[in-house]
Every structure is written in structure tokens, then in C-alpha cells.
Design a protein around this ligand. Structure first.
Ligand code: SAH
Ligand code: SF4
Length: 393
């Protein structure tokens, strides 16, 4: 490899609360919500109960209008409406694929855009959400990687993607109705949209805590999968502080090839990554790790690769998800032939691992894995400007 450019995180965190205007309650943790209510005059003694009530309206029933929160006194509702807002990102457009997959283009503060995909299947409905606008990493096969990182999403913008999809699918229980009374359209969440979730750890964690909270959206931690390209120092933290399932974008069986496909490998190589993955099931008390492996013609799809792969992961409870490469304009790779993919899957299966081949979904609307890219481009900013923006928070 001649490319020795350092891999930088280059992250802008935007303020939770803009200096002017009312505070948005969406995305605040329970603790933070309590503090904010107290700071705005809610008596401390009542704060816990108010948090519970407001939380239930926002996350269990999807209500965004304080005046509809009928178990709060009218005067208190008016005070809340004065000081706070309940806002989620706006859907700019929605496309529905021939296979039922829905892709939402969503606008967030600052006019930036991200994409969210809903994939209905017979036994589940999966929502694929984004954690960043663009991505700082430049995996060769990924369309998002060609888009410069604009910024991290806030926790409110991350959980807001789940909320807007529930709006569109008309999935909120009616006020008073308990969660779980009707079948779930969104039964699973995958952090597999735009961005590297572990480069936006705190916001992703806070948003997923809201998704898992039993008095709200109430999804089990076993129904949330975070996919990382291999940000090793944050993997143990993911186990301890989120506890969701983990998927890792593995994609190659030698450092030489992985350096090219997933450049973060130059920072944390295969051996270091495997070390962190070995500890994950114990730390998170979860079952298998999903190894994602994109099938690229003549790059990583030989029988020798399949055999090396099973040797490398020996001892780690794992499932290997083979992803036929999804094309995008100007992509430097081709999808492996079907018989090659099947042969590769067979070698893995015979070695004792589940090796499902992921069916591409929503290809006709560019909604399949790795095809997401919004038009937002970041204007070049100086380091000083980036730091100044971060300080606003
Ligand atoms: N940044 C995270 C999550 C987003 S990508 C990560 O890299 O894991 C979700 C999955 O889609 C990853 O496994 C990614 O490697 C894969 N992917 C990216 N581009 C793809 C493409 N063009 N075809 C198929 N899979 C792709
Ligand atoms: Fe970023 Fe993941 Fe795409 Fe790599 S595969 S560029 S880490 S979004």
C-alpha cells in the first residue's frame, strides 16, 4: 500500500440546543429531560413523574403537541408549549420500491440530508437508520464513502428517524393503548445507513437507549444491530453502554486486501479487530456477532478467502452475512457471480457457520446496502471554524 494518509475522525458535533429558540425535547435522555424541566421551573419533587408522563406521550404514543397531553394540567401544558418543542427531522421525499422497501430522504437542521430505509419481510420489518451525514471513512465499495462527512447526527435526529418511519407506517399505539397490543411493523433497527456509528458514539447510545426504553418505543436490545467498520476502541463500550447486537464490516481475509477495501484497517488491523470481537459476546451478554462480507468479483471471493475467513473467526460465535455487491454510478467493483457466491457460502456453511446471502432490497430506488448518498456536500471549513461550531454546544 502506498496510501499512508492518516485516518482521521474529523467529526463535528453540533449543539443539542441552539443558542436561540426553545429546547427540543426529542433525543434527551431521561436524566437530561429531568434537568431541563427543573431548569425551566418544574418543581423538583414533581420532576420524575412529569418526565414519565411526557416520555410516554412522546415515545409511546407519538404525540408532538403538548396541548394533547391530557394527564397534565392545562396551565402546565401551556408552559411546556411556551418553552419547549417536540421536533423530528422532516421527510423531504419517499420512494417505494417494487419489493415494498421504502426509502425516505430526510432533512435535518442546517438543511443537510440523510436517508432512512424500511425493509418489510414476512417475519419482521427492519428500519435501517443513519448516524452521520456522509462518512469520514472511504471504503472503496461504498457510495456513502464518496460523500464528505458533513456532521454527526444528534441523538434526537437519530431517534427521530424511527419516529418519522412510525408516523409514515401509522404504527403509533393510540393514547392509552399499551405497547405490544398490535403487531410491530418496525420490529428491528439496524444502524447500517449512512455513517460510522462508532464515530458518533454518545449520540447513537442515547438514541438507542430511548429506542430500548420499556415505556416508549420498547425494542429489545436483541432487535437492534449496530454495524461498524471496526472502530476497535469503541467496541467494548458498545457492549457495556448499549448492549445491542454487533455486526462488523469484515470484507477481507488479509490485511493487504482489507487495507484497500476498508481503510480503517490501517489503523486497527484484522488481528486487533478480532481481539475486540472475541470479548464482545461476553461483555454484552449476547449471542453471535454478524460478520458482513461484501462479495466483490475477483477481489475477495475465492475459495481460499472462504477458508481463511472461517479460520480467522474460529472460536467466535458468529454468523457470516454475505452481501452481493450493490452497484452505484462509478463504483470501482463488480458483484461476484452467483455461483461463486454460492460456492463461498457452501464452504462457510460446511465449516459450521450460518452463511445467509443477503437478498438485495430496494435496488431500483438505490436503497440497498451501500447505495445511500445524499446531495449534501460540506463546504471546506478551517479547523478553527469546526472547533467554533463544536463549542456552541
Ligand atoms: N459504517 C458502518 C455501517 C454502514 S454500512 C459500516 O461500515 O459497518 C452497512 C453495511 O453495508 C456494511 O457492512 C457495509 O460494508 C456494506 N456496504 C457498503 N457498501 C456496499 C455496497 N455497495 N454493496 C453491498 N454492501 C455494501
Ligand atoms: Fe463509511 Fe460504512 Fe460506507 Fe465504510 S462502509 S464508507 S464505514 S458508511
Amino acid at each position: 500500500m502506498t496510501n499512508t494518509a492518516p485516518i482521521t475522525q474529523d467529526v463535528l458535533t453540533i449543539p443539542r440546543k441552539l443558542p436561540e429558540g426553545p429546547v427540543n425535547l426529542v433525543g434527551l435522555t431521561r436524566e437530561r429531560l429531568r434537568e431541563v424541566l427543573i431548569a425551566h421551573g418544574t418543581p423538583e419533587k414533581q420532576a420524575k413523574m412529569r418526565v414519565n408522563q411526557i416520555w410516554q406521550w412522546i415515545y409511546q404514543w407519538g404525540v408532538r403537541d403538548f396541548h394533547a397531553m391530557t394527564n397534565l394540567a392545562k396551565s402546565y401544558r401551556a408552559e411546556l408549549a411556551d418553552k419547549f418543542v417536540i421536533e423530528i427531522p422532516e421527510v423531504v421525499s419517499k420512494q417505494v420500491s417494487a419489493d415494498g422497501t421504502r426509502k425516505y430522504l430526510v432533512r435535518i437542521a442546517g438543511g443537510h440530508e440523510v436517508e432512512v430505509v424500511y425493509i418489510p419481510e414476512t417475519d419482521r420489518g427492519t428500519l435501517c437508520i443513519s448516524s452521520q451525514v456522509g462518512c469520514t471513512l472511504t471504503c472503496s465499495f461504498c457510495h456513502t464513502g464518496t460523500q464528505k462527512l458533513v456532521r454527526n447526527l444528534t441523538a434526537g435526529e437519530i431517534i427521530g428517524q424511527v419516529m418519522l418511519a412510525r408516523d409514515d407506517l401509522n404504527e403509533w399505539p393510540k393514547p392509552g393503548e399499551a405497547a405490544g397490543e398490535r403487531p410491530r411493523l418496525i420490529s428491528n433497527i439496524v444502524l447500517m445507513g449512512m455513517g460510522e456509528p462508532l464515530y458518533n458514539f454518545e449520540n447513537v447510545r442515547d438514541a438507542m437507549k430511548i429506542a430500548m426504553d420499556g415505556e416508549g418505543i420498547s425494542l429489545s436490545r436483541r432487535r437492534i444491530t449496530l454495524s461498524t467498520s471496526g472502530v476497535v476502541p469503541e467496541i467494548a463500550r458498545t457492549a457495556e453502554e448499549i448492549g445491542c447486537l454487533l455486526a462488523v464490516s469484515f470484507h477481507a481475509t488479509t490485511d493487504e486486501v482489507r487495507d484497500k477495501l476498508v481503510p480503517i484497517n490501517k489503523r486497527w488491523n484484522i488481528e486487533t479487530l478480532l481481539g475486540a470481537l472475541r470479548d464482545y459476546p461476553r461483555l454484552s451478554n449476547s449471542e453471535r456477532i454478524t460478520f458482513e462480507y461484501v462479495m466483490l468479483k475477483d477481489v475477495n471471493d475465492s475459495d481460499a478467502d472462504a477458508r481463511r475467513l472461517v479460520q480467522l473467526i474460529r472460536g467466535i460465535p458468529a454468523k457470516i452475512n454475505l452481501i452481493p455487491f450493490n452497484e452505484w454510478p462509478g463504483a470501482p467493483h463488480q458483484r461476484s457471480d452467483w455461483d461463486r457466491i454460492e460456492r463461498f457460502a457452501d464452504i462457510i456453511y460446511k465449516a459450521g457457520y450460518a452463511s445467509p446471502i443477503r437478498t438485495p432490497r430496494g435496488e431500483d430506488i438505490m436503497a440497498a446496502c451501500g447505495q445511500l448518498k445524499s446531495a449534501t456536500e460540506r463546504a471546506r471549513k478551517s479547523r478553527a471554524e469546526i472547533e467554533a461550531e463544536t463549542r456552541l454546544g
